[in-house]
Design a protein around this ligand. Structure first.
Ligand SMILES: NC(=O)c1ccc[n+]([C@@H]2O[C@H](COP(=O)([O-])OP(=O)(O)OC[C@H]3O[C@@H](n4cnc5c(N)ncnc54)[C@H](OP(=O)(O)O)[C@@H]3O)[C@@H](O)[C@H]2O)c1
Length: 292
């Protein structure tokens, strides 16, 4: 199976490129800037309809900077909503199946139980709106596309919250993280296996939620990471993470949803895979990728 990964230098795209290199029936080709640019529609045409043919296209590329999207809405719309439509059009034309990665930020966060795949999007930010529009555009053009929503992605290819918190705790006795925002961390290695399972199952199109099981705040996520690190003998100076409130985050430009836990029931129904708890995924990540 020939698979194109768009955004192959990002946290998820790079993980897919690496993990899928050892999938026996996958031949993987990555596309990244400058060869492939979401702000240049002609580059999408060249990548997907310019000689090479693909059985599957996985779009991991996006403008993921929530506050930059708020400041530059037109650029966000082009990268996250208009270009995904073009990608879907190219896939429709060439007969490739498409996996488009999306986000928990399509929801407003007012729920207090996990969002089902068919819950109505109601984004709070330009980023969330642009991603929701991208989902809609992709599925309108190509109903066989798989839209995979993920949340709080971490993994070895690019530092994220967990790596920064650990680095801070290795140098300081005081670390802090937001304690009034709930979601679930998602490990790129697990995501690579889940997405491969959807491909192998030739899964029906539509929306899937691909996240590790459970719920936590950033503070709880951080404290678990510090206790795993300490258990491995890493010289963290504290295992306690002080609570911060979202309202105190003066650098935030865009409004963030408070609660965006996603139910992955449909994914389990189709693949029979039950995602492992986020705590287990974090422990494995720190065991296999110690910070130094
Ligand atoms: N990270 C999270 O916690 C999170 C949470 C929910 C959903 N998601 C979704 O998951 C997907 C993957 O995100 P990620 O965590 O891997 O983020 P990431 O590390 O920021 O990767 C995004 C990739 O998109 C590329 N990109 C940005 N603008 C581009 C453009 N104009 N043309 C071509 N490529 C462009 C970036 O390229 P450069 O490397 O050149 O900058 C980067 O490689 C995205 O759809 C995101 O919305 C992520």
């Amino acid at each position: 199976m020939k698979i194109a990964i768009l955004g192959s230098r990002g946290r998820l795209g790079a993980a897919l490129l690496k993990c899928w290199a050892s999938e026996p029936d996958f031949t993987v080709r990555g596309f990244a800037r400058p060869e492939f640019d979401l702000l240049d529609l002609a580059s999408i045409d060249r990548a997907l309809d310019g000689g090479e043919s693909f059985d599957w296209v996985v779009n991991c590329a996006a403008n993921t900077n929530v506050d930059a999207c708020e400041r530059q809405p037109e650029e966000a719309r082009l990268a996250n909503a208009v270009s995904p439509r073009r990608i879907a059009e190219r896939c429709a034309r060439t007969g490739a199946r498409l996996i488009h990665i999306s986000t928990d930020y399509v929801f407003d966060g007012r729920a207090r139980e996990p969002y089902a795949e068919d819950a109505a999007p109601s984004p709070l930010s330009v980023y969330g709106q642009s991603k929701a529009d991208g989902e809609f555009n992709v599925l309108s053009v190509l109903p066989t596309a798989i839209v995979a929503r993920v949340s709080w992605v971490f993994g070895p290819e690019k530092p994220s919250f967990i790596d920064m918190l650990l680095r801070n705790a290795l140098g300081s006795e005081k670390v802090a993280a937001i304690d009034d925002k709930w979601s679930a961390p998602t490990y790129t290695t697990d995501l690579a296996a889940w997405l491969a399972a959807l491909i192998h199952a030739d899964a029906p199109g539509g929306i899937y939620h691909l996240v590790n099981a459970g719920t936590c705040t950033w503070r709880e996520y951080g404290e678990h990471a510090l206790s795993c690190a300490a258990a491995q003998g890493l010289p963290v100076k504290t295992q306690r993470v002080e609570p911060l409130a979202m309202a105190d985050m003066e650098t935030f430009v865009a409004e963030r949803p408070v609660y965006t836990v996603l139910s992955s029931a449909r994914f389990t129904e189709v693949t029979k895979i039950v995602p492992r708890p986020w705590q287990d995924a974090v422990a494995e990540y720190l065991r296999t990728h110690p910070p130094f």
